[in-house]
Design a protein around this ligand. Structure first.
Ligand code: CO
Length: 134
């Protein structure tokens, strides 16, 4: 069901510093920051040949990544994003199998303007998973 790895997301306490690490130290192509108020994060994308890295920093007081950063103050891998052909069909298949889909199961618009859903890490090897419609 899942297709390509769309991105690996890393939560960071300081988006400017993290962007500099990827742009200057690692020599990668780094996008401008984009606020995603619906998701409570500001994102930066690092373009690689075969995938992307999403750097995430909290936006607003109720950011869903704040507790992660409290536990991991220097940042860390936050989620993996896999592409699916049909996000509603994927959701229904996962729900039928007993997996937990976060946020009531209705897709939101993700950082690339496409529908996304998040899956409970306890059902997926301890890793938060984002599904994005390809
Ligand atoms: Co993501």
């Amino acid at each position: 069901m899942i297709g390509q790895l769309n991105h690996v997301a890393i939560a960071v306490p300081d988006l400017k510093a993290a962007s500099a690490v990827y742009r200057t130290t690692l020599g990668a192509e780094v996008s401008a920051p984009k606020d995603m108020p619906e998701h409570g994060v500001t994102t930066v994308f690092v373009a690689l040949d075969n995938t992307k890295i999403e750097l995430l920093a909290p936006l607003g007081p109720d950011s869903p990544i704040q507790s992660f950063l409290t536990r991991n103050p220097s940042g860390g891998i936050h989620h993996l994003c896999y592409e699916v052909e049909d996000i509603l069909a994927a959701r229904d298949r996962l729900l039928a199998g007993g997996a937990r889909v976060l946020g009531g199961g209705e897709p939101k618009t993700g950082a690339h303007g496409k529908p996304v859903l998040f899956l409970h890490p306890k059902d997926f090897c301890g890793t938060l998973i984002e599904l994005e419609q390809a």
